[in-house]
Design a protein around this ligand. Structure first.
Ligand SMILES: Cc1cc2nc3c(=O)[nH]c(=O)nc-3n(C[C@H](O)[C@H](O)[C@H](O)COP(=O)(O)OP(=O)(O)OC[C@H]3O[C@@H](n4cnc5c(N)ncnc54)[C@H](O)[C@@H]3O)c2cc1C
Ligand code: FES
Length: 405
């Protein structure tokens, strides 16, 4: 085609669109800018949801009741989006103790609307990290802190008119306090009932803060303390929170059928007791959310390991993280996928390695795996193909795992 003819076609085309050629270029430019911005937003959102450590300075170490400290972090302006959290989530802290890297998870005890990032760490007899935190940490120190993780929450909506009930024991109050404050702040028509077990009055963590909330949200927050080593006026509130206590509370203080969500956090036995009691009364399992701080005490993982010894599968495992893929061989009777990947040189996210914290969660794209234990994934996540890589062993000769999905 001649150059003159081409020019005429060019002008006719814009006439047909009722546009001047410059405005056409303007539209193209705007569309390009919008598409690029959308792409960058999607990528940055994806990256920001991947767990990552950053060094954060400690703003305050506050002594709480019951041999416990709460630690507040300073979050630099540039990192604020990455440390935005949902009520009930936790942080994984990393420190070098006696020349060894130690990682532990701690639930955030603030609400997302408080404007602070604070965790509470209860000292355990002989506990490495909790003793270090209680005895050594001070304002001005810096710790490696992973971006918030966890799914111990339900979505909040100011239009909700729900009744939430929580059972907490000891340091199990930390995520419950975060959830409770967020519900009271964000859902003005919702109610919250807390059953909180401790040994004695002076070991009740956050007792004053909880009393303050009762006064601030009068009529919407009910708190029942249950003490195991101090006599109270009523037998109902003395002893440990177990199946019997749960049944009695359901008879006398709450109607479990009218409760919208249950949140449980405390020792494994307490969680199992309450969950079984509630489901025995006809409460839908989906309404019962729980967070375990420690697992493996019932030997389930060991039992599963013993069972696997007989049937060995030689597999190729492919891992994708941050858009990069790599492969390594793995036999089902050997390491977990997480351990084997680390030995192969990968830097995958993890914290507890005990199937409780969910930091190592990834999506199984191909093949099958067997998990030793799973205390962290909800049934719908398992159905959607998510696995805990710290607990997974291949069951098929090819396994493809994606940390980006
Ligand atoms: C998702 C998640 C959230 C958590 N949130 C909190 C929190 O908000 N506050 C808090 O204080 N802890 C919390 N934990 C527990 C915390 O991560 C550590 O396990 C705990 O502080 C013990 O670590 P340590 O290094 O002091 O003890 P370790 O040196 O690991 O263990 C010392 C001994 O104590 C036992 N032990 C470990 N943890 C417990 C426990 N919780 N109860 C009873 N015995 C135990 C071990 O079996 C071991 O024998 C959470 C854990 C998870 C997975
Ligand atoms: S690292 Fe905690 S569940 Fe796997």
């Amino acid at each position: 085609m001649e150059r003159g003819t081409l020019f005429c076609v060019y002008l006719l085309f814009f006439r047909f669109l009722k546009l001047s050629p410059p405005s056409f270029f303007y539209i193209c430019k705007r569309t390009f800018i919008r598409l690029s911005a959308g792409f960058i937003w999607c990528v940055s959102k994806k990256l920001s949801t991947m767990p990552k450590f950053h060094p954060l300075k400690i703003k305050e170490v506050r002594r709480e009741a019951g041999e416990c400290v709460s630690v507040a972090f300073e979050v630099p302006e540039a990192l604020k989006p990455e440390y935005r959290f949902t009520q009930g989530q936790h942080l994984t802290l990393k420190a070098e103790l006696d020349g060894e890297e130690v990682r532990r998870s701690y639930s955030i005890c603030a609400s997302p609307y408080d404007g602070v990032l604070r965790v509470a760490i209860k000292k355990l007899e002989g506990g490495r990290f909790s003793t270090f935190a209680n005895e050594k940490l001070k304002a001005g120190d810096t710790l490696e802190v992973m971006t918030p993780m966890g799914r111990f929450f339900t979505e909040l909506d100011p239009a909700n008119e729900k009744h939430y009930v929580a059972f907490a024991a000891g340091s199990g109050i930390t995520p419950i306090l975060s959830i409770m404050k967020a519900v009271l702040q964000r859902e003005p028509k919702s109610e919250f009932t807390l059953f909180y077990g401790n040994q004695k009055v002076d070991t009740i963590i956050f007792r004053e803060e909880i009393e303050g909330l009762k006064n601030e949200y009068m009529g919407r927050l009910s708190v029942h303390h249950i003490l195991s080593r101090e006599l109270q006026g009523s037998e109902l509130f003395s002893g440990r929170i177990d199946a019997g206590k749960c049944s009695t509370f359901c008879d006398k203080l709450i109607d479990p059928q009218e409760v919208d969500e249950f949140f449980l956090c405390g020792p494994e036995a307490m969680i199992h007791d309450i969950r079984d009691t509630l489901t025995g009364m006809g409460v839908d399992k989906k309404k019962i959310h729980f967070e375990l701080f420690i697992a493996g005490l019932n030997g389930k993982a060991q039992k599963n390991k013993e069972q696997r010894k007989g049937e060995s599968v030689a597999a190729t495992v492919q891992i994708t993280l941050d858009g990069n893929s790599f492969e390594f061989p793995l036999t089902s009777t050997q390491d977990t996928i997480l351990e084997a990947a680390h030995k192969a040189g990968a830097n995958l996210p993890f914290a507890c390695k005990g199937g409780v914290c969910c930091t190592c969660r990834a999506k199984l794209m191909e093949g099958e795996v067997e998990m030793d234990v799973n205390y962290a994934l909800e049934p719908d996540e398992v159905e959607a193909g998510y696995i805990l890589t710290c607990q997974s062993h291949p069951k098929t000769d090819k396994v493809v795992v994606d940390f980006d999905s």
